[in-house]
Design a protein around this ligand. Structure first.
Ligand code: COA
Length: 164
């Protein structure tokens, strides 16, 4: 299923053939990298929520999710819930600030809720990553806690979450 948007890009579900381009984008944009099999596993298991953005005939962004079962991050009492987890999201630098990141998040979160019956969505983000933190806040996420030394270089992460 393709979604045409006004601003010159298209969102669609990722396919196996997209993985090499997705890996390329990941390497260019983020310090956290994963082996091919990691992408394949997520694609096969959570394909309905795994989206890419295309512009100018190439893939320019992706969102790689997974679905987990665990304690709610948002309730005041202990409750096990199905949670969407944004494992990785990135947009190539020349294509940023056009709404692509926001659209990728919205599509994936919609699928987490509708296709996977997830009740909440969460992610980890570097505490210095202002563009990403702003994007998540704009989408209604709140900072739940800080994970000290979460990243390999020692930076802390915020865990941010939102009810679906
Ligand atoms: N500075 C401040 N806020 C920013 C921003 C920036 N450079 N870029 C995005 N935002 C916030 C704004 O609130 C923006 O809304 P606005 O345009 O109305 O001001 C909102 O996010 C949506 O922006 P959008 O255009 O949809 O985001 P994007 O397509 O540029 O993608 C990222 C955002 C985070 C995915 C992109 O910057 C990226 O790929 N960064 C490198 C990889 C990364 O850090 N991934 C997240 C890991 S947790």
């Amino acid at each position: 299923m393709e979604t045409k948007l006004e601003k010159g890009y298209t969102l669609r579900r990722a396919t196996k053939e997209d993985i090499s381009q997705i890996i390329n984008i990941n390497i260019q944009t983020l310090p956290e990298h994963y082996p091919y099999i990691f992408y394949l596993d997520h694609l096969e298991n959570y394909n309905k929520a795994f989206y890419v953005a295309e512009a100018d005939g190439q893939i320019v962004g992706y969102i790689m999710p997974r679905i987990e079962w665990g304690l709610s991050l948002l309730r005041s009492f202990p409750k096990f819930v199905r949670k969407g987890h944004v494992v990785s999201i990135a947009v190539l630098e020349p294509f940023r600030k056009r709404g692509i990141g926001k659209s990728l998040m919205e599509k994936s979160m919609n699928s987490m809720k509708e296709d996977f019956k997830a009740e909440e969505v969460y992610l980890e983000v570097r505490i210095s990553n202002e563009p990403a933190i702003n994007l998540y806040k704009k989408l209604g996420f709140s900072i739940i806690k800080t994970l000290s030394y979460y990243y390999a270089d020692g930076e802390d992460a915020y865990v941010m979450a939102k009810r679906l």
